[in-house]
Design a binder for this molecule. Structure first.
Ligand SMILES: [Zn+2]
Ligand SMILES: [Zn+2]
Length: 496
């Protein structure tokens, strides 16, 4: 007899197949629900190409941001069907012992007290409000009620309202997702866009962390999601930490921290090699010949560099009083490129931060003539440097995407010196680069924006990079998006 677990599994698999079949009969381009060991999952009913819309959904509830009581009122006023759909989103019990649940309990008390009569008339208890606020906190999106611009997308900039989209909210998280929630359409619908090719039958996933999650270490992703009471067990979280590769100084091979379970097993089996107190690492060619020490040194350097970058980021928060010197960060990124893998999170995040700091300087100079920078560069020079940093940041993500796509499981023989790359300062140019990574479109947008304002004409190669991304921008922001058209006109002129 089959053990119960596998029998259940069989039943689940057959229900997936049945649903796929039914959905084919309807022949509608929709995604469907089913159940598995992961709970409710969303499965693609057909193949989707990059940039294709997988789902568009109208908001079932819209309310002013920062007003829990209007949210609860709107919910009470909503239709039976909408309320039912929203209540179905509950997946955490109200007695869960977490900081967030406690904070929401206090908020629920406040809301309940502020409209006690109304609540009692509806037959509601504090517990009901608490449950509703947990649903809200877990599932709400910034609401624009129109198409969000390239600057606003994926942030809450420009949105003073929040909304619930119950169908989209059921899509599970993954740290390597295949869809993103993109700008709302003119009528305020939320669109779910394929950012990678999706095969029929594949689970549709998105990332709570947005595009930033691509270049976060496992530890950082875990930390960020703790606030949502969520522990991820996706392939990236269960595998080697793919954005924490370090380069063995002796043989040049990139080594990665092993998954926690594998590290534990190795420890139990008593095998050593490249041992660092806390973590175990993938092997390199010269393992055993002082490999342990060099890994430990590098990990210490990595930690120290991470602290320095956080400090730098801290200084950026106080932008009006002082801007940190970007050259300091530039040095650190350069050093990191030498010691770490080309797609290490410190390289990726550092390069992106650098780009933002250069463009902030340029912005400051353009606005205030009396602004004195700690270096002798014009605002246009700063724009140029920002553009260059954005392009280098794009390169890092392209490298990472390529690795994921090829299923190069952070292999033993990886040296971090890609044969297809050349050029200086580790940011070489991709030969015959036709493809573009969908999740880089926003970075490409900023790169183009800075390039335009740098008013420099010797940016032919960069202009070609932008051209490559214009296609992606059109898919993401629409063929007729004004900003994208402006970028397209600009690069066409530059390339002539
Ligand atoms: Zn994950
Ligand atoms: Zn080695």
């Amino acid at each position: 007899m089959l053990p119960v677990a596998s029998l259940t599994h069989l039943l689940l698999v057959s229900s997936v197949l049945l649903l796929l079949f039914v959905s084919n009969l309807r022949a509608e381009p929709v995604v469907i629900d089913t159940h598995s060991a992961r709970g409710r999952i969303t499965v693609a009913d057909r193949n989707y190409e990059v940039g294709e819309e997988v789902l568009a959904e109208a908001a079932s509830l819209v309310w002013p941001a920062n007003s829990d009581s209007s949210f609860v009122l709107k919910f009470l006023e909503g239709g039976e069907e909408e309320r039912e759909a929203i209540l179905q989103l509950a997946h955490l019990p109200t007695d869960a012992k977490t900081e967030r649940i406690a904070r929401l309990r206090a908020a629920a008390e406040e809301v309940y007290d502020s409209m006690r009569e109304r609540m009692e008339a509806a037959g509601w208890e504090e517990e009901d409000v608490h449950r509703l606020l947990i649903i809200k906190d877990t599932n709400c999106f910034p609401f624009y009620g129109r198409r969000a611009s390239g600057y606003e997308e994926g942030t809450s900039v420009g949105a003073d309202r929040l909304a619930l989209f119950p169908r989209c909210a059921k899509v599970n998280h993954s740290c390597r997702p295949n869809v993103m929630f993109s700008s709302q359409t003119e009528d305020g619908k939320l669109r779910l866009i394929a950012m990678r090719r999706i095969e029929r039958g594949e689970e549709v996933t998105f990332s709570y962390l947005g595009e930033d999650g691509d270049v976060m270490s496992r530890e950082e992703r875990r930390e960020r999601m703790r606030g949502k009471d969520f522990l991820c067990s996706c392939a990236r979280c269960e595998g080697v930490d793919d954005v924490r590769g370090i380069r063995c100084p002796a043989c040049g091979i990139i080594r990665y921290p092993l998954p926690e379970t594998a590290a534990k097993e190795e420890e139990e089996a008593g095998s050593a090699g490249g041992v660092v107190e806390r973590e175990k690492w993938t092997a390199c060619r010269c393992e055993g010949e002082g490999g342990g020490d060099s890994v430990r040194d590098l990990v210490e350097w990595e930690e120290e560099a991470g602290r320095r970058m956080l400090q730098f980021l801290g200084k950026c928060r106080d932008f009006d009083r002082q801007l940190p010197d970007p050259r300091e960060l530039e040095e650190m990124v350069k050093e990191a490129q030498g010691k770490l893998s080309p797609s290490h999170f410190l390289v990726a995040q550092g390069q992106e931060l650098l780009a933002k700091v250069w463009s902030s300087y340029a912005h400051r100079m353009e606005k205030r003539e009396d602004f004195v920078a700690p270096f002798l560069l014009s605002s246009r020079d700063c724009r140029g440097r920002a553009a260059r940093s954005f392009f280098l940041a794009i390169r890092v993500r392209e490298e990472l995407e390529e690795k994921w796509e090829e299923g190069r499981e952070c292999s033993k023989e990886e040296t971090g010196v890609n044969s297809k790359r050349g050029g200086e300062e580790g940011g070489g140019r991709r030969e015959g680069g036709e493809r573009a990574v969908f999740s880089c479109t926003r970075l490409a947008f900023s790169a183009a924006e800075n390039l335009m304002r740098s008013e420099m004409k010797e940016w032919r190669e960069e202009a070609e990079d932008v051209t490559r991304y214009v296609k992606m921008m059109k898919r993401r922001y629409g063929e007729d998006d004004e900003d994208v058209r402006k970028i397209e006109r600009f690069v066409n002129e530059l390339i002539v």
